[in-house]
Design a protein around this ligand. Structure first.
Ligand code: KG4
Ligand code: ZN
Length: 349
């Protein structure tokens, strides 16, 4: 950070509040938002690339980068206009993990805007953004808490002491939960993005017809495994044929087993840490069966459970603006280089 930027940040931060523009471009959603430390979320906008990738049955990285190039500046203009603001006090962007091309688009635009405005910029860890997303709600969780992060790329249980203090308790040894939902959905012939489609089909399924195994629940520890479940679903689907209701039964059995594994390990993590709050975030936290089961778990265990609103479960700019704001308030900001880390463990923070 230059002296000018340091002055700009302290001038902005000390009197009353810090207003941060957040830019998310790690995968297939362009998200932009303005978060103000005193007044909360001022504006947010999102462009989903679902239609672009649906034609190909999954995310095509090069198409994702090109679409971010087209969308990001119009979205920035849009949120600034909605908040009647010319420039923010700082810019935060997703620095990783994610698709390298997509990250570079958001990082270059964010870093350049910050340079032009002469304000600080900070690269944010995508999972830290997800993990802090429930802080944007009216009743945010207090620290410390256990976080269940369930996205398309990660499934992790994390002990969260405070912003930036994360201890990994367990994670998936193979596919992430969202990835398993997506792959199983594809196998059942459902269009991309598969997770929500599978959840919808599972609603029509009979929960008593098939019982899938609950991987890794019969041994101690907090790690997950979802790839066997996917194979189990494939074999069952091949036996039942093409009928929609038969497929719905397979979808239901898969969802019950995946959700059950997440609930069993979350309960274990709460027992192990003694924490009284559970935070659930990432795309799969939009799943209604998971939400319902975790609410029941919280009641049984006498703990409180916190979710982001549905639109902030999946990728968005608001969580990046919020996480960036916390980092900047804690005194962090980056030099003039553009940060882009396709692989970046949360524990490295
Ligand atoms: O957090 P996210 O938007 O992107 C990543 O950081 O990966 O999560 C996307 C994942 C996808 O795998 C998607 O299928 C899954 O979240 N997902 C769901 C639901 N909504 C999104 N999975 C199950 N049920 C849902 N309702
Ligand atoms: Zn995500």
């Amino acid at each position: 950070m230059t002296d000018c930027q340091r002055v700009a940040l302290s001038a902005a931060a000390e009197p009353s509040s810090l207003c941060v523009l957040g830019i998310e471009t790690s995968c297939d959603e362009t998200g932009v938002a303005l978060y103000d430390s005193a007044n909360g979320l001022l504006a947010h906008a999102l462009h989903s690339q679902v239609e672009t990738h649906a034609l190909h049955g999954g995310v095509v990285p090069e198409l994702a980068s090109r679409d971010h190039v087209r969308r990001v500046l119009p979205l920035v203009r849009d949120v600034l206009a909605r908040a009647s603001m010319e420039k923010p006090d700082a810019v935060a962007y997703t620095a990783g993990p994610g698709l390298i091309g997509a990250l570079l688009v958001g990082g270059s635009v964010a870093r350049s805007l910050a340079f032009g405005w002469n304000v600080p910029a900070v690269g944010v860890h995508h999972l830290e953004g997800h993990l802090l997303a429930p802080m944007l709600e009216n009743t945010p969780p207090a620290f410390p808490f256990v976080a269940l992060l369930v996205s398309g790329g990660h499934t992790q249980l994390v002990d969260v002491e405070a912003v930036g203090q994360y201890r990994l308790l367990g994670e998936s040894l193979d596919d992430a939960a969202g990835e398993a939902f997506d792959k199983t959905a594809k196998m059942l012939g459902l269009p991309y993005p598969g997770g929500p489609q599978l959840a919808r089909l599972a609603e029509e399924g009979d929960p008593s017809r098939f019982r899938f195994p609950r991987p890794m629940t019969d041994r101690p520890g907090l790690d997950f495994s979802f790839s066997g479940l996917k194979t189990y679903a494939l074999n069952t689907a091949m036996d039942v044929g093409e009928d929609r209701l038969d497929k719905a039964d397979v979808a239901r059995a898969f969802e019950e087993a995946a959700v059950d594994s997440l609930v069993i390990k979350s309960r274990r993590a709460l027992h192990l840490t003694g924490r009284e709050r559970l935070v659930v975030a990432g795309g799969v936290s939009a799943n209604s069966r998971l939400r319902e089961r975790l609410l029941r778990l919280a009641e049984e265990e006498g703990v409180a459970v916190f979710f982001p609103r549905t639109e902030f479960c999946t990728d968005n700019g608001a969580m990046i603006a919020y996480a960036g704001c916390q980092r900047l308030l804690a005194g962090q900001s980056d030099d003039l280089s553009i940060q882009a880390r396709p692989r970046w463990p949360l524990s490295a923070l």
